[in-house]
Ligand binder design. Structure first.
Ligand SMILES: [Zn+2]
Ligand SMILES: [Zn+2]
Length: 144
């Protein structure tokens, strides 16, 4: 297999098996299991190319570095753990968010991120028990 194809296949399978949006650093660490010589510059280059080919989409969490997930997933939302920083997929959607907009405004998309502690971090004895769940809704990006 051509080298760049192998790199790309490794990145793609990392994202598939993770089932959650990954940062370039997380992608690098996981993909090195398949392609030990993989470097960060290559990961960025492949991510950019895969994004241009619409194989990947960027997941922007407020104040965070971009994460990536496979394109074509069903409309869904994200959860970010304030302890480990990992982002997770949340299946489903509350749906009727457009009715929150003021009269005369039209909503064509939304994003929703829940914040709190993931199950792994909740099991750690030192884990902070903050139940803060903050929903951020932005009238940009992904469409239903
Ligand atoms: Zn966590
Ligand atoms: Zn939604």
């Amino acid at each position: 297999m051509e080298r760049s194809t192998r790199q790309r296949t490794a990145i793609q399978s990392v994202l598939e098996s993770a089932g959650r949006p990954l940062s370039p650093q997380e992608i690098l660490e996981a993909a090195q299991a398949d392609v030990p010589a993989l470097g960060m510059a290559t990961v960025y280059r492949q991510l950019k190319a895969m994004q241009e080919e619409e194989l990947l989409v960027v997941v922007d969490l407020p104040g965070e570095n971009a994460r990536y997930e496979l394109a074509g997933l069903h409309h869904h939302h994200h959860f970010q753990c304030h302890d480990c920083g990992r982002a997770f997929d949340i299946p489903g959607c509350p749906g009727n968010l457009a009715k929150l907009a003021p009269a005369g405004f039209s909503v064509d998309s939304h994003e929703l991120t829940l914040y709190g502690q993931c199950a792994d971090c909740g099991k750690k004895p030192a884990g902070r028990r903050k139940a803060a769940v903050k929903a951020v809704s932005k009238a940009v990006a992904h469409r239903h």
